[in-house]
Design a protein around this ligand. Structure first.
Ligand SMILES: *Cc1c(COP(=O)(O)O)cnc(C)c1O
Length: 232
């Protein structure tokens, strides 16, 4: 059992972390070469104990990102009833056989990276009459072990999604951990412009301020809000 004091401290810590990220973004956006609009902060709640998530909700945070359908169902199945204005973002790789569950639970999907998945999503969205905004995940570092469509195949995937009637709104990337992220942020921004897409999801705990200054419209931050990921 946590004491009332420990609970209060956790709530304060997480509220402070969120506020600090807001300030950092603001500073970076206003000092960028070309002033940028403040991006939306998606709090990445994957593999975090539930009390930290509650603390973020109590601090007013409403956009959350999860990377696994089953874990997200366990966490948000009932919590979403308590906080109906939460927006849930799927940011991890999705298997086609989980498309139905993903569409039932999530509000936006940022990890569409292949035509087979796009087809499964289009079918399920029609069945559930729930037409979610989607992002195409781009493998900007061409890493074989990572999800995301290769840069050369992005336009084909985008065209296929449009033909399927999907509501494509933006692009998402996860730069290689050992690379300078600014190269990948610049590339993603260029690709979004080329594809005529307005949303750009890039930047995590270590580089969200840089991403904001480079034109991110969504940043996805986990550990800088919640601390290191530990199972409850
Ligand atoms: C885990 C994760 C994040 C958040 O990472 P942090 O370094 O904890 O901020 C962002 N985006 C994706 C796709 C993730 O899987």
């Amino acid at each position: 059992m946590q004491s009332a004091i420990a609970r209060h401290t956790l709530k304060q810590t997480i509220a402070n972390n969120i506020a600090q990220i807001g300030k950092d973004i603001e500073t970076m956006c206003s000092h960028a070469d070309v002033p940028q609009a403040k991006p939306r902060l998606i709090a990445v709640s994957k593999v975090q104990p539930q009390d930290r998530i509650i603390a973020a909700l109590e601090a007013g945070q409403r956009d959350f990102g999860e990377n696994r359908v089953q874990e997200a169902e366990e966490r948000w199945g009932t919590l979403k009833n308590t906080y109906p204005d939460v927006t849930l973002h799927l940011i991890g790789s999705l298997q086609t056989n989980k498309a139905n569950k993903a569409i039932a639970l999530f509000d936006e999907i940022q990890s569409v990276d292949r035509i087979k998945l796009a087809k499964a999503l289009a079918k399920e969205m029609a069945l559930q009459d729930k037409h979610l905004p989607i992002y195409l995940q781009v493998n900007t570092g061409a890493e074989p072990q990572k999800g995301g469509v290769m840069v050369e195949e992005l336009n084909t995937l985008h065209e296929a999604c449009i033909a399927l009637g999907l509501k494509v709104v933006g692009l998402m990337c996860i730069p290689p951990s050992d690379d300078d992220p600014s190269l990948h942020f610049a590339l993603l921004k260029k690709l979004a412009k080329k594809e005529n897409l307005s949303k750009i999801s890039m930047g995590m705990s270590s580089d969200f301020a840089l991403a904001a200054a480079m034109g991110a419209t969504d940043i996805r931050v986990g550990t800088a809000i919640f601390g290191e990921r530990v199972k409850a």
